[in-house]
Write a protein that binds this ligand. Structure first.
Ligand code: F6R
Length: 259
């Protein structure tokens, strides 16, 4: 796991955009997209590179991590809508090639299996962007999620519903259930890129990177993965015991070694 501590939100976004751009230029790339606030700066930076430098997403496709159960696709806060308004609408990624779990499916369990099969059929995800919940969730794998889990329904914790209330008209509007890629599904992506900002994420980042491998902190499953880049600001890094070592490693990173 490589931990990249950046001074500003802009530098975090630029580093993440550099990583994604690399895959897009190599293309055809399968991108794993996260919603929530953490990747928004990176999406804006990628959209800028599309607009100003012609970064071409035409041969890319994308899979989302998760979706609220029971929220219509047309709802402004469904992840189907959010990823389009925040990213897809601003680049030349074909919206028909942007896939997400169907939170309105009549048979939610079957939908989870179908989604995993669709990712596998596409050849898997090349680079997966991840945010982290204050409770250590990735996707919506709340604490206690099996480290090998597949796409399935999960119940959001009260804390996650409170954290996400800012996107809705009120806390009661946040759905209780989600369909989320499992920790096993996420771990099959070839490169995991985690993004986090702010002191509110510091405990979760420390637990994920330096704590025990445990379902109690679902993001700790990243410790088993061969290619993880954690890109965070100073505040999110503030509880890392080895922060100085991560900075030292980055300063001495050989020029030929990309992220
Ligand atoms: C969203 C997702 C979640 C968020 C996490 C952090 O697709 O899977 O795991 O990444 O809740 O959310 P923000 O970035 O809003 O703090």
């Amino acid at each position: 796991m490589e931990i990249v501590i950046r001074a500003t939100a802009h530098e975090v976004a630029t580093t993440v955009a550099d990583i994604v751009e690399n895959y897009v230029r190599k293309g055809p790339a399968t991108l794993g997209l996260a919603t929530g606030s953490s990747p928004l700066g990176s999406y804006r930076e990628l959209a800028r590179r599309h607009r100003e430098d012609g970064l071409d997403f035409a041969r890319c496709r994308a899979f989302l991590l998760d979706e609220y159960v029971g929220l219509p696709k047309s709802h402004s806060q469904s992840y189907y809508s959010v990823i389009r308004s925040e990213f897809v609408d601003h680049v030349n990624l074909d919206p028909a090639q942007v896939f997400s779990p169907d939170g309105e499916a009549a048979d939610i369990a079957a939908e989870g299996r179908r989604y995993d099969a669709a990712i596998a059929e596409a050849g898997g995800v090349d680079v997966q962007l991840l945010g982290i919940g204050t409770d250590g969730h990735i996707g919506f794998n709340e604490p206690g999620s099996a480290l090998t889990s597949r796409t399935r329904v999960k119940t959001l914790t009260a804390q996650t519903r409170r954290d996400n209330a800012r996107f809705f008209d009120g806390p009661d509007e946040v759905p209780h259930h989600v369909l989320t890629q499992g920790l096993g599904t996420i771990s099959e992506a070839r490169h995991l890129v985690m993004i986090a900002f702010g002191a509110g994420k510091a405990d979760a980042i420390a637990a994920a990177a330096e704590g025990p491998l445990s379902a109690f902190c679902p993001a700790s499953v990243m410790q088993l993965h061969r290619h993880v880049t954690v890109v965070i600001d100073e505040a999110a890094a503030s509880k890392l015991k080895l922060a100085d070592y991560y900075r030292y490693a980055l300063e001495n990173k050989p020029p030929w070694q990309i992220f």
